[in-house]
Ligand binder design. Sequence first.
Ligand SMILES: [Fe+2]
Ligand SMILES: [Fe+2]
Length: 331
Amino acid sequence: MYTQSLSIPDGDAKGPRKVENPEYLAEFNAKIDAGGFIEAKDWMPEAYRKTLVRQISQHAHSEIVGMLPEGNWITRAPSLKRKAILLAKVQDEGGHGLYLYAAAETLGVSRDELTEALLSGKAKYSSIFNYPTLNWADIGVIGWLVDGAAIMNQIPLCKCSYGPYARAMVRVCKEESFHQRQGYDLLLQMMKGTEEQREMVQDAVDRWWFPSIMMFGPHDKDSVHTDSARWGIKRISNDDLRQKFVDATVKQAEVLGVSLPDPELKWNEARGHYDFGVIDWDEFWNVVGGHGQCNVDRLAARNKAWDDGAWVREAAIAHAEKMAERERQAA
Ligand SMILES: [Fe+2]
Ligand SMILES: [Fe+2]
């Protein structure tokens, strides 16, 4: 690991961090090239900082909004065991959002700014959470495919160049692994059940397969955030991650006994990978643009939660003020 620290002064939002100095930039680049971590107080180019704020906050929003499609099923889980598992998973996602908002805050943005961007609809979050959960098997398929795709995306982030983000991802990935397994386990159990249960699983797989592989984002040739690779934030490209996910998932589908809804999906001996059909990017951009089946509901639910929680925030502030006043009087 690269241990030499930058000889430049600590940055803050108004201080040296904002100065574009060729010497600072050379040191920053050297650290990135050596595979080192950039820490919150290190100098960084403004574009690097902005890219991270955008990526980490979108990630945080995705975790928080991602609680909604599954939270919807907690009261309808078919057994106590499944209810306890689902509760734990949805709570984990809330925790992931909190680690990530905290990581974003180290870059000089406030939690309030980030929340406001989400609630006003200005900020983006993963398009996958704008699809509805229609039957109980959707909960299993989300764990298997959606959390599975998230793991593929997030494992390389444990080694990304920004220290606070990388460290947050280590714990997130461990929890995502539990999410993926509980989903697969739920589906295995349903597949051993009745014909109706097997049909529910197949129906859920048919609806979630393509949205899941869209989660890796546009094809590399159409992707605009190329600096991310140069800076060591995104170490594996969208298309390579998607291919890894497809290759891993086809075998899991066989074990499960479901078919994936893509007639063009087949092993390509020459490439050593599975080929797959054309992704409907119009659908993807439509959902990203706010016109998916659930975009309006998701934002309404987040806004309602924020408004309903106003009294908690007010009480916390009043409590903090009271404690500070007591300390002043004691002194
Ligand atoms: Fe998560
Ligand atoms: Fe998860």
